[in-house]
Design a protein around this ligand. Structure first.
Ligand code: F6P
Length: 327
């Protein structure tokens, strides 16, 4: 295969704070070694529509500190079809792009490995999702910022919960994973944390919350991951309200939702994203294809894209134990 002279870069799936910092690193590293760079707007959807823009070092000025993604993002339904991917591959080849850097989460990496199997266009992924649920990296781009946003909000909820002696069920993001919930539960001093990785026993929860609220605690915060198998904070609130033992307990639900996806990336996310962006270009130039770059134990590590989404990243059971001891 000819040496790579032109690469394409895109952000895809749910946006994450730090995606811009990663994009900047990809572009600046590529330009520094004489590559041409094409930005692909709206992820795989833009690839299908040929929505490309030439990029140089200046196009990524003043974005390291910005949330969202200047290339925009999408969850492309069309890319799930054979015809969609065929069109995407054609557009990539017509543009003279010989290698791709994808910044996104599990859906992005799953799409990447199917695309590579079909068209063998070298692709290196950078883990970008607030959920932190990607195998092959200790942390994903956006997780730290989302966590800090969630904790900041939990602190605020704590003030009002305490003022009114209320029970709050705070729902945080994490469709399939409880990393945000577990970490912000510990950092925010939650009395309980409910996550999809563990079985939620509703009777046990009722018992625990009831004894907390009727003894030393006059206010409590329960952090619920949106992907918890009970169905989330609203469903748990309905179950509690239906129980006569809870009729004198004043309870409220707060869903933090997409606030966790926005905002300026934290220092930690900016540094992580910058390291991964550069590492992705290095990996492409070293001849790697269909891999994701990650940081494991503070070192760059490459993982086959397929493993990233087919293997499950484990939560820390040590941290889970802490939530029980500290409540
Ligand atoms: O990007 C991950 C994530 O934020 C999940 O935690 C959440 O379930 C999902 O995206 C929401 O996606 P959307 O914004 O497309 O509804």
């Amino acid at each position: 295969m000819d040496a790579i002279q032109k690469i394409g870069v895109f952000t895809s799936g749910g946006d994450a704070p730090g995606m811009n910092a990663c994009l900047r690193a990809v572009v600046r590293k590529a330009v520094s070694i004489g590559l041409e760079v094409v930005g692909i707007r709206r992820g795989y959807q833009g690839m299908i529509e040929g929505d490309f823009v030439e990029m140089d070092a200046k196009s990524v000025s003043n974005i390291v500190q910005k949330g969202g993604t200047v290339l925009k993002s999408a969850r492309s339904k069309a890319f799930r079809t054979v015809e969609g991917r065929k069109l995407a591959a054609q557009n990539i080849r017509d543009a003279g792009v010989q290698g791709l850097v994808a910044i996104g989460g599990d859906g992005t990496l799953a799409g990447a490995s199917i695309f590579y199997d079909e068209y063998q266009i070298p692709l290196v992924g950078c883990p970008g999702t607030i959920d932190n649920d990607l195998y092959g990296t200790d942390e994903t781009i956006g997780f730290d910022t989302a966590l800090n946003t969630a904790i900041e909000n939990i602190d605020k909820i704590r003030d009002t919960a305490d003022a009114h002696d209320r029970l709050f069920l705070v729902e945080v993001m994490g469709r399939d994973a409880g990393f945000i919930a577990l970490h912000c539960g510990i950092g925010g001093g939650a009395e309980m944390v409910l996550i999809p990785e563990t079985i939620t026993d509703v009777n046990e929860i009722k018992h625990h919350i009831y004894s907390l609220m009727s003894s030393q605690h006059r206010s409590s915060i329960v952090v619920v991951a949106e992907g918890d198998e009970t169905g989330g904070a609203t469903q748990i609130a309905n179950i509690l309200r239906a129980d006569s033992a809870f009729e004198n307990i004043d309870l409220r639900v707060c869903i933090l939702g997409h606030t966790q996806r926005g905002g300026a990336p934290s220092a930690r996310d900016r540094v992580l994203a910058s390291r991964l962006g550069v590492a992705a270009v290095d990996a492409l130039m070293a001849g790697h294809a269909n891999v994701m770059v990650g940081i494991v134990n503070n070192e760059v590590k490459l993982t086959p894209s397929r493993n990233v989404w087919s293997r499950k990243k484990s939560i820390s059971y040590e941290l889970l134990g802490l939530t029980q001891v500290l409540s």
